[in-house]
Ligand binder design. Structure first.
Ligand code: ZN
Length: 566
């Protein structure tokens, strides 16, 4: 792309162009020339013309002097070369066709054969080296794949992702809203959105209850001292909202997580080895301060909850507890049809100061986590630097219906918070011991999960999650009373049903129900009334024909109970 741009715009200056997830970009200084997305096809065509002349990528080492001479008219490359020179690093050029660039290398071996399936996607402004003090450059984004099929699938997915944007769907389906008076990053859930959020939580709650988890309820604010003891005050203070009391000078914070408070429930009574494990769950609201510019729909918010759980157990119980958590996660991911893998999030070896506790304990727990993954035959990869400040993490990364990845659940084996809060239990010999604290979430935040589900399903939720499961559509006023009887009996079965008895054409009623993504429409005319039947249609336009009301209701109830994916 840089070669093509430089041929088409000889006065442009190319700067930096890395590979990124799903593609690449390159930043250019086009001087006074204005480049828009309308220019992308022209650049793409030039790329295709040039590709055949790119037989290989040849890397050569050059001296700083040679490098500076080559790029004497490009202040950006000169800045990079000066830096490399200062650090004493090797400077390399890479040549392909007639194009030479300052580059550390890492290329395909047969460019003319392999560089076929690419597309330029968009243009954005970007400051040189990310600093607003510098000049604004033009960034061109593109993507490339090994095959046409993969490229096409990726392009279809980005188109679909635009249609499924949760902010757009959230508005259309009336699930949540924001108000300037309430504040940015503070979503308000409407009845339909609140219902889905509650159903997501209930599902987790039910699975957890079967595994002996107990729900607790804790306040939104805590004294600064709590967070000083846990270590959050030191590591996290800038992300917490400070709360001021009118009656004392005491400093309080809105809580950004539940862990520190749960240690105090554990510490509230003496614990014996026989009491363990104690599994506490909490759906309390949490608050984290975020830069207003970074808030976006439900993706980045300041108020949210988590399906947060803390297990206090003996060291010999850790394996069984983690296995159990992984098993519940498996069950819940299956319900939503998510594929996933795990990331083993460990310390950043370059920044040991970011973590509390004894490095020897870290070594032990990091190895332990890996063994657990292997024992459970879980697909996993390494994530150095992704650990929490108090423990390594087993983070679940789910892939949604559009091939995008999201981090959802986490399991952490923590030896340090119990130590900081001086938690103990009495062992079978009457000696005081330290419990281990396992932090565990399955879906993570139900609010963020709602956003992911909204885009994953494109708003067409499975029946059990749909705010309205059935819509009854009378064809004419004449059957309104029959429609009311059908509506009443579905309602009595506990099905979430709506009656479209406004004076509208059937076509308009069907369109409305489809827009609202109601899974089933019950269509009633004089014939249905006479035969005592109903006609059923799905939201994707399938005609299921005439049915008995009873059979239909039973089918829906089964689908809801089994949380069937449609
Ligand atoms: Zn925790």
């Amino acid at each position: 792309m840089a070669a093509a741009v430089m041929e088409l715009y000889p006065n442009a200056k190319h700067t930096i162009g890395p590979a990124i997830e799903n593609g690449f970009y390159y930043d250019f200084d086009f001087g006074d020339e204005k480049i828009t997305e309308a220019d992308l096809p022209k650049i793409e065509k030039k790329m295709r013309d040039l590709a055949s002349s790119f037989k290989s990528f040849d890397k050569v080492e050059v001296s700083p002097k040679e490098a500076l001479a080559k790029f004497k008219d490009n202040p950006y490359k000169k800045e990079l070369i000066e830096e490399l020179k200062e650090k004493g690093e090797t400077i390399t050029f890479v040549k392909s066709g007639d194009f030479v660039d300052l580059c550390r290398g890492g290329h395909t071996e047969n460019p003319d054969k392999e560089l076929k399936h690419f597309k330029l996607l968009s243009i954005a402004g970007a400051y040189w080296r990310g600093s607003e003090k510098n000049k604004m450059l033009t960034r061109i984004y593109g993507t490339a794949f090994a095959s046409k099929e993969e490229l096409d699938e990726y392009l279809t997915n980005i188109e679909e992702a635009k249609k499924r944007d949760h902010r757009k769907l959230g508005r259309e389906l009336d699930l949540f809203t924001f108000s300037d008076l309430v504040g940015s990053g503070l979503p308000l859930y409407t009845p339909k959105g609140a219902l889905i959020r509650r159903l997501i939580n209930e599902h987790v709650e039910n699975v957890q209850a079967k595994q002996g988890y107990q729900q607790v309820w804790t306040p939104q604010i805590s004294k600064a001292d709590l967070f000083k003891t846990s270590g959050h005050y030191d590591k996290y203070k800038d992300s917490m909202f400070r709360v001021v009391s009118n009656y004392s000078d005491e400093e309080f914070f809105l809580k950004p997580m539940n862990c520190p408070q749960h240690t105090q429930i554990y510490a509230s009574r003496p614990r014996s080895y026989k009491d363990l494990p104690i599994r506490l769950t909490d759906f309390a609201m949490l608050y984290r301060d975020e830069k207003p510019g970074e808030l976006s729909g439900l993706a980045r918010v300041r108020a949210f909850s988590q399906d947060d759980c803390h297990i206090f157990c003996r060291e010999d119980q850790v394996d069984a507890e983690v296995d159990r958590a992984l098993e519940m996660t498996r069950e819940i991911m299956k319900t939503y049809g998510f594929k996933y893998k795990y990331r083993l999030s460990t310390r950043d070896p370059k920044h040991p100061e970011k973590y509390i506790g004894d490095p020897k304990v870290w070594d032990k727990v990091e190895k332990w986590a890996e063994k657990i993954m292997e024992r459970n035959k879980i697909d996993h990869f390494d994530g150095p630097g992704e650990a929490a400040f108090y423990a390594p993490k087993m983070d679940l990364i789910a892939t949604d219906g559009l091939g995008r990845e999201w981090q959802l659940s986490t399991v952490q084996i923590d030896f340090f918070l119990p130590e900081r809060f001086n938690l103990t239990f009495t062992d079978d010999k009457g000696k005081e011991q330290r419990p281990v604290m396992i932090h565990r979430a399955i879906i993570g935040s139900p609010e963020r999960f709602l956003m992911i589900l909204l885009e994953h399903f494109g708003g067409a939720f499975p029946t059990w999650l749909s705010p309205v499961q059935v819509k009854v559509l009378p064809i004419t006023d004449k059957v309104n009373s029959y429609a009311k009887t059908v509506f009443d009996s579905l309602l009595k079965e506990g099905i979430r049903v709506e009656l479209a008895d406004k004076n509208d054409t059937l076509g308009a009623k069907i369109r409305d129900a489809q827009m609202e993504k109601v899974p089933y429409m019950v269509i009633l005319g004089e014939r249905e009334e006479k035969e005592g039947k109903i006609s059923v249609r799905t939201r994707d336009g399938k005609d299921l024909g005439q049915k008995d009301l009873d059979t239909f209701a039973k089918g829906i109830l089964k689908e809801i109970a089994e949380k069937t994916l449609l």
